[in-house]
Write a protein that binds this ligand. Sequence first.
Ligand code: HEC
Length: 109
Amino acid sequence: MVSCYYDSEEALYPELNTTCDTTNVTFSGTIAPMLSSNCYSCHSNSTAAGKGNNIRLQDYSDVTSRAVSLAGSVKHFGNFSPMPKNGGQIKSCSIAQFDIWVRNGMVNN
Ligand code: HEC
């Protein structure tokens, strides 16, 4: 089997080889805590109006309805506004876990 650089999971998500848990990914245990530490200073229900352009990422339904732009923003893709705003990119492990959660159907677990 041959895999080119850009298709290899290790190249896209360097932390997968070390400490990244990609099997037990849940909304309450993985996604919400990640958003809480990186995003709720601007996108919680209480901060969004003042700092987050009214974009809320706290409730499950708010996260699912913004899943595409959320992924684009944390990956710094294309025309999406890079997030966290004015901060460094979140860990590649967290990006991988978000992708896995989306691929598994965005379960509210
Ligand atoms: C310092 C405040 C701040 C932080 C922290 C922050 N954001 Fe934002 N976010 C904003 C603002 C303000 C906007 C409105 C667009 C802009 O100003 O770039 C925005 C826009 C967005 C958008 C819409 C982008 C688009 O192009 O449609 C998404 C999705 C988003 N943020 C997700 C996140 C995520 C996920 C995190 C954490 C990893 C995060 N943000 C952290 C302030 C913040």
